[in-house]
Write a protein that binds this ligand. Sequence first.
Ligand SMILES: Cc1ncc(C[n+]2csc(CCO)c2C)c(N)n1
Length: 225
Amino acid sequence: MSFSRSLKNKAQTIWEAGYHHPFVQELGQGTLKKERFQFYLKQDYLYLLDYTKVYALGAVKCKDEELLQRFVEIQHSILTTELALHRQYMKQFDIDFNELKTTPTSLFNRTYTANMLAVGQTGDLAEILATILPCAWTYYDYAMGLKEKYADQLEENFYKSWIEMYANADFLESFSWFFDTLDTLVENKSVIEKQRIEAIFTASVEFEYLFWEMSYQQNLGILHK
Ligand SMILES: Cc1ncc(C[n+]2csc(CCO)c2C)c(N)n1
């Protein structure tokens, strides 16, 4: 198995814990409390705006035109397609879009994006790919798992469009690009450098787990009750 494809196995314990987190499982069953999803939606919107900036930092470091195109394309698709679905859900929940301007970004959310932005600033392209890859990969993996596990309940599930957006086969094509690009970028790296990349990847998988936990607890930070 190639270096990039084996990264999931390196983070297996926390990867599986994320899938079994009550937020994820209840989303799959359609039983997740609306307040928890509302909290998630607002925090995730704020998260995604920062997340797209990591692609911009990657774009600055691209020496190859095709790579540059990809970074900018993915950034654009998040800013359009993915955020559009979030806005649609906000409408269903009567969340005024302007509310986002006064919603504090939770302490943990800031920690996660600050970590990715730091890798974006100081890392090379392989490290940048390693920090952003778990975001796309865990979502695809979890959404595919939920779609299959709760197939007989999917039609009545309030969160069906969320699951279907992330269990989208189009992602597969982008994954082969992610995997192949990362494998090429690590070709001449030492064992120590590769270990650093694995640690960056695993940290993002852990951050993803904690994002579910934060949303389930609706935890803005220790000073907010
Ligand atoms: C906390 C958090 N992590 C990951 C995603 C999912 N996601 C973000 S961008 C993207 C597409 C390509 O990178 C996907 C699948 C999210 N919404 N929120």
